[in-house]
Write a protein that binds this ligand. Structure first.
Ligand SMILES: *Cc1c(COP(=O)(O)O)cnc(C)c1O
Length: 370
């Protein structure tokens, strides 16, 4: 047969279109968030495409992710929006990667490394205004001011993260914003003026213009997905990733016969069964057993029986002429039908983010160039 049996297609033109569409919603600089291998899309091709769109600064969660990007694209600014360790300080200084600082001892280690290497290093201060994750509390102004006293540090930015910017009710997000502004103003009064502020994620850019400031941090929307079902405004983003496989086997089973482990599916009528060589090891979550759907010949078919590690079965009784080698769409479009990561996420009570991040490494990404 040859060729791929399971693959993901990444449409870099859609990524570009999404970038420019989102840029039309704000005057702020977009910092694309490309953590977790660009939400499963592949960090390097995504960064390359967005550099061509004009992006100059990227956000990742881990130092390793930052290093991967800096090695290939040394000209861009990369910021780690998650935690780094004191041990990472020399690497951060040497590679010119911006860390997020939320403890005084991190800043001290960073300063010492910078002094040792006779360099200065940029950092951004994280303020916890209600996410409860990382960040100086809004009361810790004195700590932040101590950082400003340390040698060879440049406090380039200050930021916070919203817990509820994707909800209809923005009252808590507004409270967080107010708290952030208070911290910023108190620092200013004390003589520390920080040039770059950033608070907005994808949800914020669409429905919370007051949160834009100098930079917006955009992840999921660049990949063409809505941050949540509560954001009603459809701004015409296009999903960048689709996920496909080829039928490996087709047969008819008799009434009463069963499919897969545990025999959780029993045929109520003579059932045409298509086997697809994709399973939970590819990121197709086992929770979708007996309930998820896939597209085949432009129609929806239901997953029957338990999803296995490497294989899944579909009921294709109502779809005529399904054959070995037919392309099955797990995410994406086939004819007039469209299965989105958001819909798949709904089936298992999670969010589209987890669906696209979950498409495993074993699934090759095929890039459609912009
Ligand atoms: C992941 C992340 C983002 C991006 O959020 P989206 O909802 O994907 O736009 C922004 N800021 C921080 C701190 C994050 O961790």
């Amino acid at each position: 047969m040859g060729g791929r049996q399971v693959w993901a297609e990444v449409d870099l033109q859609a990524l570009k279109d999404n970038f420019f569409k989102l840029q039309s919603y704000t005057k702020s600089e977009i910092m694309p968030i490309v953590k977790a291998d660009a939400y499963g899309h592949g960090a390097l091709p995504v960064v390359k495409t967005l550099i061509a769109c004009g992006a100059k600064r990227f956000g990742v969660a881990l130092l390793e992710e930052a290093l991967e990007i800096k090695t290939v694209f040394p000209q861009v600014t990369v910021m780690v929006i998650g935690a780094t360790e004191e041990n990472d300080s020399e690497t951060l200084v040497r590679e010119d990667i911006i860390p997020t600082i939320f403890q005084l001892n991190q800043a001290q280690a960073l300063s010492e490394a910078a002094v040792r290497l006779k360099r200065s290093v940029r950092l951004h201060i994280k303020v916890d205004t209600g996410m409860g994750r990382i960040g100086f509390r809004a009361t810790e102004i004195a700590e932040i001011l101590k950082i400003a006293e340390l040698p060879n540090l440049i406090i380039e930015g200050i930021f916070t993260h919203f817990a509820t910017a994707d909800q209809k009710d923005l009252s808590f997000a507004k409270k967080q914003l107010k708290s952030f502004q208070t911290v910023y103003d108190q620092l200013k009064v004390a003589g520390l003026t920080i040039p770059i502020r950033h608070t907005a994620n994808s949800a914020g850019i669409i429905q919370f213009p007051d949160s834009h400031f100098e930079i917006v941090r955009l992840g999921i929307s660049l990949y063409g997905l809505q941050p949540s079902a509560q954001i009603s405004e459809n701004i015409g983003l296009q999903p960048v990733l689709s996920w496909k496989a080829k039928v490996s086997h087709v047969k008819t089973i008799e009434t009463g016969e069963t499919v897969s482990y545990g025999r959780t599916f029993q045929a109520a009528y003579p059932t045409r069964v298509a086997t697809v060589p994709v399973g939970y090891a590819d990121g197709l979550r086992r929770a979708l057993s007996n309930q998820g759907e896939m597209l085949i010949r432009g129609r929806r078919s239901t997953i029957i029986g338990r999803i296995c590690m490497d294989q899944t079965m579909l009921d294709v009784t109502k779809i005529s002429n399904v054959q070995v080698g037919d392309v099955v769409t797990i995410l994406g479009k086939d004819g007039n039908e469209h299965l989105t990561a958001t819909e798949m996420a709904d089936w298992m009570s999670t969010i589209s983010y987890e669906v696209v991040c979950g498409v495993s490494k074993r699934v090759p990404r095929l890039y459609k160039e912009a």
